[in-house]
Design a protein around this ligand. Structure first.
Ligand SMILES: Cc1cc2nc3c(=O)[nH]c(=O)nc-3n(C[C@H](O)[C@H](O)[C@H](O)COP(=O)(O)OP(=O)(O)OC[C@H]3O[C@@H](n4cnc5c(N)ncnc54)[C@H](O)[C@@H]3O)c2cc1C
Length: 279
């Protein structure tokens, strides 16, 4: 049997275009175009690189409203083989616990892949809960901040992955099946190709699962299955910026910067040395 890979992707409002309703404290999603969560394209790229080396199949899975088919089409355009849309009104209003529960049960139903990839976090909620929670529901090992899959040995049941930490790399040997979250901005996602997109329209490599297929208790999914309560939403006030720019040579620029920071009271002179003022 060939290597089976699956990637969780989320269809998110492009937050660069999102506005907030200051009265209700919620996102105004109307008219906001959605995109595949950018970090998930890193995960897709990582999986496709494994496929380039070892062959096999890459599928994506998303729990989302039907409009997310556009996102599946996008990644199929990158070379993903097939997509699974998990969708049902009963799944609406889910917090991360309910989302990861539905995803894990859908993945179980489809058959556990050897490698299950996720992005690091989303741009619209950015909890980074989902990969860890899915791993927990499925009782699988979980490695995050992965920027490279060094080796996959399906026969012996392990993979070696590289983790990108702040100041070093770490190599981890993990048993298969495993859950892997790609490090943010660690890949350059390959472009979408028209021929692959045409395959999406021609072959329709899309499977839809509803709760009829999964048979989950409605009390454990969607809003009813979500113990999280968002008590309040506020915004950080924008920090006023002076936007001063010094143009000149680097030494002069450094002196100018120190002088300005001293004028602002951020740097203070102590024992002949500049120090950051401790508030
Ligand atoms: C009380 C409450 C109610 C909510 N109600 C709603 C609601 O009505 N509508 C709504 O859209 N959101 C709702 N949310 C937000 C929702 O919980 C999150 O969108 C969702 O659980 C994913 O969390 P995240 O975006 O932080 O993902 P993260 O954990 O940051 O994502 C990490 C990675 O997991 C994967 N992933 C994340 N989500 C999915 C997914 N759905 N399918 C496949 N892979 C995924 C991606 O690879 C992603 O990069 C609600 C949250 C709370 C707390």
């Amino acid at each position: 049997m060939s290597l089976e890979m699956m990637v969780g992707i989320k269809w998110v409002p492009n937050t660069q275009n999102v506005r907030f309703d200051p009265k209700t404290g919620t996102l105004i999603r109307e008219g906001v175009p959605s995109i595949v969560n950018p970090a998930d394209l890193d995960a897709v790229e990582l999986a496709l690189k494994v496929k380039d080396t070892y062959g096999g199949r890459v599928r994506v899975i998303t729990m989302a409203p039907p409009s997310a088919v556009k996102g599946i089409e996008h990644v199929i355009g990158m070379g993903v083989d097939a997509g699974v849309l998990v969708t049902d009104r009963v799944f609406a209003g889910a917090d991360t616990l309910a989302t990861s529960y539905v995803l894990s049960q859908a993945i179980k139903k489809l058959g556990l892949p050897d490698l299950l990839f996720f992005g690091q976090e989303t741009i619209d909620s950015s909890t980074a809960h989902i990969p860890a929670q899915v791993a927990s529901w499925l009782d699988l090992p979980y490695v995050y901040y992965v920027d490279r899959v060094e080796e996959v040995n399906r026969e012996e049941g392990y993979a070696v992955v590289r983790r990108k930490l702040e100041d070093r790399y770490e190599w981890v040997r993990v048993e298969l099946p495993a859950v892997i979250a790609a490090a943010l901005k660690s890949q350059v996602p390959r472009p979408v190709r028209l021929s692959e997109k045409l395959r999406f329209h021609r072959d329709k490599p899309l499977q839809t699962l509803t709760n009829k297929d999964l048979g989950l208790d409605p009390r454990c999914v969607g809003l009813r299955g979500s113990p999280t309560i968002v008590a309040k939403v506020t915004w950080m006030p924008e920090v006023p910026r002076k936007r001063q720019v010094f143009k000149g040579d680097a030494r002069e620029a450094a002196r100018w910067l120190v002088k300005k920071l001293a004028e602002e009271g951020i740097l203070v002179r102590e024992d002949g040395r500049w120090r950051v003022r401790v508030a």
